[in-house]
Design a protein around this ligand. Structure first.
Ligand code: MF3
Ligand code: CO
Ligand code: CO
Length: 262
């Protein structure tokens, strides 16, 4: 396990990519309405990233992934592939996961969107719980904290709400590589003795399910779904460990208030 410590030059570049990714999520918000296809959403993101941001949508072609963003609806846990026949409808919950490559550095973030106004109480609570579990994990970050604490705090909170934490996918170090060490587990596991240090940059991206945590890979070899067909939600931020604590590199405008209080 080789955890890279980033210098201030690298941090600046990663922050830039992260902010571009966050901007895509802000931009796409108004398009998430009943009747739009996931393919149209993907294409709007693609055109914005390439034409306006002059950046590269990092998922396109990554290990053969065919789309510019991941769009994961309802019982899709992650890595959803958009399609022209996949039409959003009132009551759907959908995750959009954006990874930007700019100036040779990556930034990675995702959030949930509600389609229309008639969202079930359970779906709302699921999304809120995923978001809060991410915020709770971020709130404890500072140098000297043990890495396993992240998963511990997420799992404790999510299970207190009677939801489950997906085990098969994790957060990751990020920088010049899309995915690098360390793996960031979202449930409590063995304490590998890794301590957080200033200059570490990684994602936290809990996926949580209404029902059981088991998932399966569908036959397109990308789309991951819940085994019991219950809904799933995910939020993702890229974070930097600083001398005093942390900085959320993918913070959106709408979140600034929240993080002044963390
Ligand atoms: N953005 C995802 C993550 O958070 C990875 C997507 S890989 C893809 O790590 F190939 F599915 F796009
Ligand atoms: Co990620
Ligand atoms: Co991501």
């Amino acid at each position: 396990m080789k955890i890279l410590i980033k210098n201030s030059k690298e941090i600046k570049k990663i922050y830039k990519s992260c902010q571009l990714a966050a901007k895509v999520l802000e931009m796409i918000k108004d398009y998430i309405i009943p009747g739009i296809s996931t393919e149209e959403i993907n294409n709007i993101c693609h055109n914005y990233i390439t034409n306006i941001q002059k950046a590269i949508p990092a998922t396109l072609g990554y290990n053969g992934f065919p789309k510019s963003v991941c769009i994961s609806k309802n019982d899709i846990v992650c890595h959803g592939i958009s399609h022209k026949n996949d039409i959003l409808k009132q009551g759907d919950i959908v995750n959009i996961d954006v990874t930007i490559l700019y100036n040779n550095y990556y930034g990675d973030t995702s959030k949930m969107f509600f389609v229309g106004e008639k969202i079930s109480k359970q779906s709302k609570l699921l999304c809120l719980t995923a978001q809060k579990s991410l915020y709770k994990a971020i709130s404890i970050l500072k140098p000297g904290i043990r890495l396993y604490k992240i998963g511990q705090i997420i799992q404790k909170y999510v299970e207190s709400k009677k939801f489950s934490v997906v085990r098969n996918y994790c957060g990751h170090g990020i920088g010049e590589n899309f995915h690098e060490d360390p793996q960031i587990l979202h449930y409590k596991s063995y304490d590998y003795g890794i301590l957080l240090k200033p200059g570490m940059i990684f994602t936290i991206e809990p996926m949580i399910n209404v029902g059981h945590h088991s998932v399966y890979l569908t036959n397109d070899n990308w789309t991951v779904k819940t085994k019991d067909r219950t809904n799933s939600a995910q939020y993702e931020h890229t974070v930097l460990i600083t001398n005093l604590g942390k900085k959320i590199l993918t913070l959106r405008k709408e979140e600034k208030e929240i993080f002044n209080n963390l």
